[in-house]
Design a protein around this ligand. Sequence first.
Ligand SMILES: Nc1ncnc2c1ncn2[C@@H]1O[C@H](COP(=O)(O)OP(=O)(O)O)[C@@H](O)[C@H]1O
Ligand SMILES: [Mg+2]
Length: 205
Amino acid sequence: MQKGKFITVDGVEGAGKSTQINFICEYLKDKGINVILTREPGGTEIGEKIRTMLLSNSTGKMHADTELMLMFAARNEHIQNKIIPVLAQGDWVLSDRFTDASYAYQGGGRGLDIERIAQLENWVLQDFTPDMTLLLDVSVHIGMQRVESRGTKDRIEQEDFDFFNRVRQAYIARAKQYPQRIKLIDAVQSVDDTSRQIQAILNDL
Ligand SMILES: Nc1ncnc2c1ncn2[C@@H]1O[C@H](COP(=O)(O)OP(=O)(O)O)[C@@H](O)[C@H]1O
Ligand SMILES: [Mg+2]
């Protein structure tokens, strides 16, 4: 029996996910909610090993289907051995990225057939889905400017502007397809104004 709530935060690089996740975490804790913070790909010991394989530049070129399946392999571990047990004990889970990212990056970015992604989603998630997804939206240009100071880019971050534009458009398409679950946040605004939008949505939840 699921008791806690599962919230995911998604969006392109530099949208402000890490920044806002910290805010959400503090806000929920203030309300007396026990929340654990996790991320994808990763979140478990095996998942983090798969993350290294996926994101390390030393991995080099990888077939897009392999990338997709590794994402879902890590996600399976994450759901079965972390997310579901934590929710079952009544705590909340906040994840930096989740399945929508597979549709955005491997679907939009890499151009994989959405139907094939949906097959994996059905297999791994069945009817499990986040209670709420906060999609932080900024233009790729702004996102890239914000992360410039981060220095070295991982294997997926090496992709070009057009790739990330397709990622962003795929995210927006997901939000239009699932308006109940996915809340589109204008993340171009200041950190505080973006937090205020999120706070209003969390209060509804
Ligand atoms: N609303 C915002 N306006 C301006 N800068 C921001 C905003 N949100 C985050 N930043 C800054 O942009 C950079 C990327 O933010 P971050 O939260 O790490 O994004 P993400 O986790 O989505 O890649 C950080 O340096 C952060 O301080
Ligand atoms: Mg981040």
